[in-house]
Design a protein around this ligand. Sequence first.
Ligand SMILES: [Zn+2]
Length: 109
Amino acid sequence: MALKFEDIKLKIIEELKKRVPDFRCPVCNKGEMVLVEGFINHPLQDELTGGIVLGGKSVPTVAIVCKNCGHTMEFSVGALGLLPKQEEIKKEKESNNSDYDKKDKQTKN
Ligand SMILES: [Zn+2]
């Protein structure tokens, strides 16, 4: 099953509070911070020109926004220790492939 934001939302908040216990907005030095409800994904490019490559390497992040001034900060999901392990990703891909095989067979019948 794909890692959904809702599934680890509380863990994200917990990790951020643990690593930055007394967090204040670095711009306005006040303001309540709120977590943006979803992952942000920054695609990585091997070349500066040649267009955008989708489905390649990326840096997934989560963002928090200052409710006072709107300053937005991003934190790497990997650095927070919340990325699924490579073995789990491989298992998921294998599982998805077998689903495609089933669907493919169904359409042929
Ligand atoms: Zn602020």
